[in-house]
Design a protein around this ligand. Structure first.
Ligand code: NDP
Ligand code: 8X3
Length: 247
């Protein structure tokens, strides 16, 4: 298979690249940081057929960089994404909200819009979106991040409706608390201690766990579509509604 992974310079994307290559598949990797991609490409060897240093929004650049390979992509993994901030909504920076909507929603739909016609043309393919439990369960400070992931979930389900007769699979992966990536460092704006504390004594999921799950979805017999896959560490659960009592 040829697998195109966005957000491959760290975390889940890097772990997925390693997993697919280890299992003998070819990958094309995209992220903004070229040095990180170059280092990973060196490690992966010839199965990493292309790296693309680009923002997910720069579709013209991405199309050009993909070249002829664009029609050969079997699996598109829309993984690039981020959370910024954990404040209550009224305290959030509008720029952070815009950035999350741009990357997690606009970037994801633009890449999908670019690749999908080629999958439809060959009547085969698999789009795997990296959503989040934040798209299903509200939590303090989740505000716009969770809303972007709710979009990703519903977009995935709606794609299924359009593609049901075109032999194209669509899966939304919905992980919960996951350490070992840059996610929380980005969310806490570089505060590594705060990021570390979040995972302390939680035995969180790790990027390799997500890579295994994605790989499983992508390699099931062709007639099986995993619509949504919600994954949490055993130390995390949905804990229901909150009621605020006035004193
Ligand atoms: P990381 O921060 O480690 O990885 C995010 C990746 O996305 C990086 O490779 C980053 O690379 C890339 N990226 C970010 N913005 C852009 C952009 N505008 N254009 C291109 N690439 C971009 O975090 P994770 O691996 O944890 O996160 C991966 C996905 O998983 C995200 O969508 C996240 O929301 C989701 N997720 C994470 C969870 C967690 O707890 N860790 C749980 C549930 C979902 P670069 O900076 O080089 O561009
Ligand atoms: C990341 C998981 O719980 O931090 O999407 O929102 S969570």
């Amino acid at each position: 298979m040829l697998v195109f992974i966005t957000g491959a310079s760290s975390g889940f994307g890097e772990a997925m690249a390693k997993k697919f290559v280890l299992e003998g598949h070819e990958v094309i990797l995209l992220a903004r940081r070229l040095e990180k991609l170059e280092k990973l490409q060196q490690e992966l060897g010839s199965k990493c057929i292309k790296i693309i240093a680009s923002d997910v929004m720069d579709i013209k650049n991405i199309k050009q960089a993909l070249g002829d390979e664009i029609s050969k992509i079997d699996v598109l993994i829309n993984n690039a994404g981020l959370a910024l901030g954990i404040e209550s909504a009224e305290e959030c920076d509008i720029k952070d909200w815009e950035n999350m909507v741009t990357t997690n929603i606009l970037g994801l739909i633009k890449i999908t819009h670019l690749i999908l016609p080629f999958m439809v043309e060959k009547q085969s393919g698999h789009i795997i979106n990296i959503g989040s439990i934040a798209g299903s369960y509200p939590y303090y400070g989740g505000n716009v991040y969770g809303a972007t992931k709710a979009f990703v979930k519903q977009f995935s389900l709606n794609l299924r409706a359009d593609l049901v007769d075109k032999n194209i699979r669509v899966t939304n992966i919905e992980p919960g608390l996951c350490g070992g990536s840059e996610f929380s460092i980005v969310r806490f704006k570089g505060d590594e201690q705060k990021a570390k504390d979040l995972y302390k004594n939680t035995n969180p999921l790790m990027p390799q766990d997500i890579a295994e799950s994605v790989y499983w979805c992508a390699t099931l017999p062709a007639h099986i579509n995993i619509n949504r896959l919600e994954i949490m560490p055993t130390t995390q659960a949905s804990a229901g509604l909150k009621v605020h009592k006035k004193l």
